[in-house]
Design a binder for this molecule. Structure first.
Ligand SMILES: [Zn+2]
Length: 342
């Protein structure tokens, strides 16, 4: 390769001798080098023009390792990797961005736990890194959105990003609530299988009261379920309480993590067990239903919850200049409200 023909100087005054041709894969640098320079203008070191960049040497070194055919040095920390992706985006280096993401895929993404997920979302949103914002936002769902988790990360957040994360969590929460509500309905599939429970036609003193703030159609659905005592099928009280409890917890706002579909089957089994243990001879009806169709039923529940929760962050929430087409006050669902494909 020919001699370097330009010097990049980092914010901490480290010089990198590079080739304009390599940097010209970036429209930013291409434009910079194409500007006519008067012969006495600018700074020169060893006869080479110097371009000053506001990034530090570590970040620029990582960038150069990706641009040149040498082993790339992706930063170890995810924060720094996001900063590097941000740098690629800032300088219009799409190829660099793709190379970093491919490497991350290969190495497997770090599992972001608790505050790390909120931190990654904040950093990704500051650099407008849409795929990383989306995946970090989804990761935050496993944790409450409280000061304990946001705490130190709050200063990293732009106001719009925090508001959009809250909006996204509400969308997922509402989806999950609708899913549980559909399972509360003993008149339609899949909950029609629950017949003959000992508690079915009794007064249930341990039942939770209908939740105070719910959708009007959800409320109606529950009333239908309760009326089932006289009018037709009704859900066994233990199962009704189980789903109602899940809804109650979801409606507690940001104080709770969102339901994890992977753990719901175990919780369902525990509720069934507790119900069965209330009777000396158990509840043979529920045990029979469970033996026959319980596994398929709980599998369906997991699947539906996954579908409800696994939505992509809407494009309008992924840009500070996006049009907010969703109005939380009306709850009207916009056009992009579709489950994610993966
Ligand atoms: Zn029963």
């Amino acid at each position: 390769m020919s001699e370097a023909d330009v010097i990049i100087q980092s914010s901490d005054h480290v010089n990198f001798r590079v080739h304009k041709l390599i940097l010209a894969s970036s429209q930013f640098f291409k434009d910079m080098f194409s500007l006519p320079q008067p012969p006495d203008a600018g700074e020169f070191v060893d006869g080479l023009p110097v371009a000053h960049l506001p990034e530090d040497a570590e970040l620029i070194r990582a960038l150069i390792t990706i641009l040149y055919p040498i082993p790339s040095q992706i930063p170890v920390s995810y924060d720094d990797t996001l900063a590097l992706l941000g740098l690629a985006k800032k300088y219009d280096m799409d190829g660099v961005g793709s190379a970093i993401r491919a490497e991350l895929c290969y190495k497997k993404l770090p599992v972001l736990v608790g505050p790390q997920a909120f931190r990654a979302y904040a950093i990704a949103s500051n650099h407008r890194l849409i795929p990383e914002m989306d995946s970090a936002a989804r990761r935050t769902l496993d944790f409450p959105m409280t000061f304990k988790y946001l705490g130190e990360q709050l200063e990293l957040f732009k106001g719009w990003a925090l508001g959009d994360l809250a909006c996204f969590r509400r969308l997922c929460r509402d989806n999950l609530v609708s899913c549980f509500e559909s399972f509360l309905d003993a008149h339609s599939s899949p909950s029609t299988i629950w017949v003959g429970c000992k508690e079915e036609f009794q007064h249930h003193p341990w039942s939770t009261s209908p939740r105070k703030s719910c959708h009007s159609d959800g409320q109606r659905r529950k009333e239908i379920t309760r009326k089932g005592n006289q009018d037709g099928p009704t859900l066994p009280a233990w199962l009704w309480d189980f789903f109602s409890q899940q809804i109650e917890e979801l409606m507690e706002g940001f104080a709770n993590a969102l339901t994890k579909p992977s753990s719901i089957r175990e919780e369902y089994l525990m509720a069934l067990q507790a119900h069965n243990d209330r009777y000396i001879d158990g509840c043979t009806s529920c045990l029979k239903v469970h033996a026959r169709e319980g596994s398929e039923y709980s599998e369906r529940l997991v699947e539906e919850l996954e579908k409800a929760r696994n939505i992509r962050m809407p494009p309008s929430l992924l840009s500070p200049f996006g049009v907010r087409s969703w109005d939380p006050s009306t709850g009207k669902r916009p056009f992009w409200f579709e489950p994610s494909s993966n």
